[in-house]
Design a protein. Sequence first.
Length: 752
Amino acid sequence: MFSDTLRQRLLVFSIGLIAMTTSYIASADTIDDKVDALLAKMTLPEKIGQMNQYNGFWDVTGPAPSEGDAEKKFSHLTQGLVGSVLNVSGVEQVRELQKLVVEESRLGIPLMFGLDVIHGHKTLSPIPLAEAASWDLQAIEKSARVAAIESSARGINWTFAPMVDISRDARWGRVMEGAGEDTYLGQKVGVARVKGFQGEDLSKPDTIAATAKHLAGYGFSEAGRDYNLVDVGNYTLYNVILPPFKSAVDAGVKTVMNSFNTLNGVPATASKLLQRDILKTQWGFDGFIISDWASTKEMIYHGYSEDLKHAAEQAVKAGSDMDMESYAYVNHLQELVQEGKVKESHIDDAVRRILKVKFELGLFDDPYRYVDDARETEQVYNAAHSQAALDMAKRSIVMLKNEQNLLPLSKEQKKIAVIGPLAEDKNSPLGSWRIGSDDNTAVSLLEGLANYTHDISYQKGADFILGEQSFIKELVVNESDTSGFPDAVALAKESDVVIMMLGEHGFHSGEARSRTKLDFPGVQQELLEAVYAVNKNIVLLVQTGRPLVLDWAEKHIPSILVTWQLGSQSGNAIAKVLFGDYNPSGKLPMSFPRSVGQVPLYYNVMQTGRPVTEGTVFWSHYIDERNDALFPFGHGLSYSHFTYSNLRIDDSNKKAIKVTVDVTNDSAMDGEEVVQLYIRDRVASLTRPIKELKGFEKISLKAAETESVQFTLTDDELGFYQLDGNFVVENGDFDVMVGTSSMSGIAGEFRL
Ligand code: BGC
């Protein structure tokens, strides 16, 4: 808590100043007028202050810092030299900090409070890649809505999500944070998440500003190594990487974050092309751009800026509006303007954008809009949020294989063995982005199963993580100790069914978690093979934040489900699926490779000049591995079985081509299916992929029910970007396929 003297000082200071500022603003009509009116009152340092973001740096409810960097940051707050902070959450903390700035700085401009609310805040939903696997846009939007309700109740009004980076490289740890390899799916998921976070009205206390990140190309880091260079041509930039950002902008996203990487030699933070030209000018984005953490400063290490001052100049000219933790703007922009190196109009533009979002959030009407003790108590870990997380989690599970109908398990099933260190883990299902949440709060698999049956015996088989599990430390995995194997094998031998949960810890994926091997870390594969040697009735649950190589499992294990990192309700969701209370409906948003050497791997490849000619040598292939995925994009099974028939194509109206298909649930169990439509533009002025997702619909079908599903293809789906960024639609022949995955469906054609 602040001392009483400090409190009194804050109170006295506030009177008059705030009243003066707000009355001045109130006389203006529109938000733009209000922004202009306020801007006219600001000194240059105050303007630059709005462009400065600091990390939360001390416990604001504790004593004010008195020395070093923290002291300087503290004084910047009261001088109006900070526009927003990140990583400060909780009503008490947020209120104290907001009060300090609103009451003590000259103009009292409220702070924005940003945080990585990536898949929930306290209550965690599945990681974003898992959510994308649901292909359920309503559920995804709802999940983001819940995250906004819970985080805003803790004082947050801005999330650094959704990440809309497309990635084809499972080695890159951050694939867990996006929607996978496909641009079209990525666009739809990104928009759903923006809508969920921002809601209908941003000024409501339970909606928060969203961030489309990271502009651009971050998912194409060379060799999947995080922070590495990105070298992609305009074809990929315009057709694969940028569309999800454009869709987020069209959906009204309020902020965009630039990225750590260089793109074709230019750090994204200094890319005028990406920020000022494409985003702000061509797309008309009227929100603001936040740098990534110290990405302005990192331009020095990239060898692009001589020093921090040079970096500030380059970033601001390129259109990066707010500096996260580089201290570049706050320390150097004033001098740069005075020296005539940076135009004040560039500063004004950035500040206008920032103030506009603050007005839209309603912060000038009430800077304490997001701080309400009662709401915090009511919303944090609210039961309805757990329910939503459970619903999202069960929809995110993907069944890869189910031979011999091992699943669903009967509720009367006796002698079930559960094996694997992850089965009892209450921490790793939370994933790596659980910054606001509490460790060890997930429902473990064992706990989830216990709600169904008590006829379960557990053996961990082997330890998994040795020592600390932390966001900032490398994990230490058990690579050698197999002393628990005999007990696990003995249990498997006397059981009817074995459920094995293997895979990655939550901290194996995420930022800075690139891998060269896509296997089960440690001795887990050995454990799987040892158990298999005595009991082949294995249901394998793969907990992971990225596609893994499951080649051995695919050959031997009858039932395999990808259970990702499913968040707070993980164990309950998995149990529902295993016992058939929920019929799995997820589909892979990323291809699962046969071998790491295939990566980057994606379904929408080019035909090449040497397409498949099996049995010969000189075609585009590997001599030691197939080209295709082990489990392709869009793949996912259900306990039901769906048949596709009667494809009808009506291309009489070239602006709205109708493709209709009948889908039948020819099983005895009600289920859901994601009906997927892919097209191929056979000949074009730039070569086009052999297939591209251009429509999908998730439908529910009762046992034996048939439904007709219709898709409409317009210019948006049929065109593509040329190398100068122009969008064109070209006449000619198209193939179309509608089906259950990117590799299975019924085909037709039409002419444009
Ligand atoms: C990440 C961003 C994140 C930021 C703030 C960076 O390291 O790349 O995605 O929003 O930190 O936590």
